[in-house]
Ligand binder design. Sequence first.
Ligand code: ZN
Length: 398
Amino acid sequence: MKKYLRLILEIVLGLLLAGALAFGYWSYAGKSHALKEASELAEGKDEASEEAKKLQDELEEAKAKLAELAPAAAQLEALKGSFENGVVLQDYEAFIKSLKGPITNERQLGLGALRMLTKGADDPDTVSAFQKALEMAEWSSRLKSICAAQQALVAAGQKVKVLADCAAEKEAGHSKAHKHVHWDYAGDMGPENWGDEFPTCAKGQKQAPLNITGPFEKSKDALVVTYKEGPLKVLNNGHTIQVNVEPGSTLKINKDTYNLLQFHFHRPSEEQIDGKPMAMVAHFVHKSDDGKLAVLGVLLNEGKDNDAIKTIWDNAPKSEGPEVVVDKVRFNPQSLVPAALSFYTYEGSLTTPPCTEGVNFYILKTPVDIGKKQVSDFPFKRNARPVQPLNGRKIGAS
Ligand SMILES: [Zn+2]
């Protein structure tokens, strides 16, 4: 029983940290209201809205009593009963399915929390929902979400090491400024130790980057890059310079459409061609509506100055911080992509923690020039993960 209370406690804490359930559930509740009259489940949904209100109140109360969370958790024990019939979870799942575009991390976390409240911590779906939230969190680099998901997984008896930063944040009662998840390209937190906190980085069998070398398998994949101009949104996340992209830019691979989310840079290029890296690489990260990831790599070769790079470097923050929207500057990512789209391709992973696999790489054979000074002006001297074992994978070439 005590263990169960602790679970609820962790969940409350997780929710406070991420604002997840309130965030996700209120979107649902708004929609639910509009659909209420037409729906067969009208009665159930009324109840659900009431419960959501109750939950919100509970959360507010818990927030006020962060120092003494245990009593609030005990109160939530009663609330749990109302979730047990599973209607709220089913409705929320249906709502998430009806959404266009990728599920946000908050919603995924909310789903995990709802599953836990409905089915309990031992349900495999609960665990996998949190696991997924944990993986998704990398994309938004949200320490809070990662901590919430990790703490919930730990509470559910999963062997996940909670990041030191999370423990610190927990102790400080959420009052501390957010720190980034701690990993680096050198030293104690360097690539050879990423596996300590992010198991896939060490145990994965399809990790990236690779040394690209023959023999190659013939690839018939057809790429179409259609990127659009938009306001320049650039950030220094402490590991790279990243440009976030508004919806509307796509990469088509055969018949599948992937949306460009962001692109970022590594120095030197993470990929090697016959054992040699280039000066830098730009990784264009895409996601399909059904959640598949594809990275288009444009190798940057030391040569002439590059105007597109100049625009980004001129506006990129010199030190780590949030996204800067440069209203007066419009940027088209296509200006960094060569006309010829012949490529090498392989199945790999994110090249940064948590090193999630299932990422399809297309590394363009044609490099693009970057000036020598432009390379040295990039604020990261070395931010490339070493090449990873092939483990029997085939590299394709167009
Ligand atoms: Zn990258």
